[in-house]
Design a protein around this ligand. Structure first.
Ligand code: ADP
Ligand code: MG
Length: 389
């Protein structure tokens, strides 16, 4: 067992006494490309990370959910019938929301004692929230005998229920990428997900043979999706689609983009639309680049994505720009912010031999820029999806 799995079991025994019925896990993710496209019915290309969240769980005979997490002080509990939008407070909403969504879908779920431990950085744009939902969802699927982990169709359903938990109980208006990445990925592959219909394919993603590394840089700058920026971007996209008479911006053909921009009422909406449409196209191009092992091309797409997110979508942050600028100046093939933005993490595609120097240069650049946080680094590989630990 990994350290976090052991920590979940130890926390369980300490808080509840006795052993859990089992331990389940689900990973964090890093998105290669396709940012702020999921809620536009667009395309995304994340990988699941080796870092994951573990849930040690035991069913209860009553309708109570008790929760403890090594990441959070104290314990909390809620009656299943009292789970509602925004209730319970704080982090307990995410696991409680999963129970709620499963029950609403007609599944009979037991009360639970749950202990959580995780090595996914929290609030770093690496989707600790979906990892938490996925671990609890996997546990419930097995404990309630739902069999949702058995095949991709079941996993698609579970991911959708976890997204409902995040949207409707945790009140974070995110798209479906994170839960799909956590529950439907395949080791050694990126998940090519079409958010319009939930279909997936698995694109081989292994940079080692090419002597390359995907370096994740957690800027340490906090992102808060709940601060309204995420929701306002979503609203911009809905407004733009509605002005164009489209169901979503996915329906806008890239060849029609320039023409369509002229039909939008505000410069802001033109910028948002241009980002979404060009970003969806970049995902297609990134998959094609990976399929022909064109990492130079992939790197260029990363950088183009960052500029679009920075200038048109306006979701970058000074710390993220520092990472990207420094990485590019230091010989990286490409770099971009990843995740929702406003802080969180960036990814850098770089030759392995340049990693040590790049890390130093980025660290140095943070000091020079006077950023309050220090960056931390890890090299990402594409790992497997959630399930029994
Ligand atoms: P991200 O998903 O990028 O890490 P979010 O803001 O979407 O950031 O989710 C972070 C929130 O998820 C935390 O503030 C907390 O409420 C909850 N969370 C995630 N992981 C854990 C954990 N291991 N223990 C307790 N709460 C967690
Ligand atoms: Mg999240």
């Amino acid at each position: 067992m990994t350290d976090a799995a052991t920590a979940a079991v130890e926390l369980f025994e300490q808080v509840y006494g006795g052993p859990p019925a089992g331990v389940w896990q689900s990973p964090g993710r890093v998105n290669l490309i396709g940012e702020h496209t999921d809620y536009n019915d667009g395309l995304v290309l994340p990988i699941a990370l080796p870092q994951r969240t573990f849930a040690a769980v035991r069913p209860r005979t009553d309708r109570r959910l008790r929760l403890a997490s090594s990441g959070q002080t104290g314990q909390t509990e809620v009656e299943l019938d009292q789970i509602a939008p925004g209730h319970p407070a704080d982090w307990a909403r995410y696991p409680a929301g999963v129970l709620w969504a499963l029950a609403r879908a007609g599944h009979i779920t037991p009360g639970l004692d749950v202990a959580i431990a995780s090595d996914v950085p929290i609030g770093a744009g690496l989707s600790s929230s979906a990892a938490l939902e996925g671990a609890v969802g996997a546990a419930l699927s097995d404990l309630a005998g739902l069999g949702l982990l058995a095949d991709d169709e079941g996993r698609r359903q579970l991911a959708e229920l976890c997204q409902q938990a995040e949207n409707e109980i945790a009140l974070a208006p995110t798209g479906g990428m994170d839960q799909a990445a956590s529950l439907r990925s395949r080791a050694g592959h990126a998940l090519y997900l079409d958010c319009a219909d939930g279909s997936v394919s698995h694109v081989p993603f292994d940079l080692t043979a090419a002597g390359m590394v995907l370096l994740v840089v957690d800027t340490g700058a906090t992102h808060a999706l709940g601060d309204g920026q995420y929701g306002s971007r979503r609203a911009d996209c809905e407004q733009a689609a509605s002005q164009l008479g489209l169901h979503s911006l996915r329906a806008l053909d890239p060849a029609e983009l320039e023409h369509a921009l002229g039909d939008l009422s505000h410069q802001r909406l033109r910028q948002r639309t241009r980002h979404v449409v060009t970003e969806i196209e970049r995902v297609r191009q990134a998959v094609a680049a990976l399929e022909r092992s064109d990492l130079v091309g992939l790197g260029r797409l990363f950088t183009a994505s960052h500029l679009s997110l920075r200038d048109d979508y306006e979701v970058s942050a000074p710390e993220l720009d520092t990472v990207v600028d420094t990485a590019l100046a230091g010989g990286a093939l490409g770099a971009r912010m990843t995740g929702g933005g406003f802080g969180g993490s960036a990814i850098v595609l770089t030759p392995t031999e340049a990693v040590a120097e790049l890390r130093q240069a980025i660290d140095q650049a943070f000091l020079q820029a006077g950023h309050a946080s220090r960056p931390t680094f890890f090299e990402a590989v594409a790992a497997g999806p959630g399930g029994p630990a």
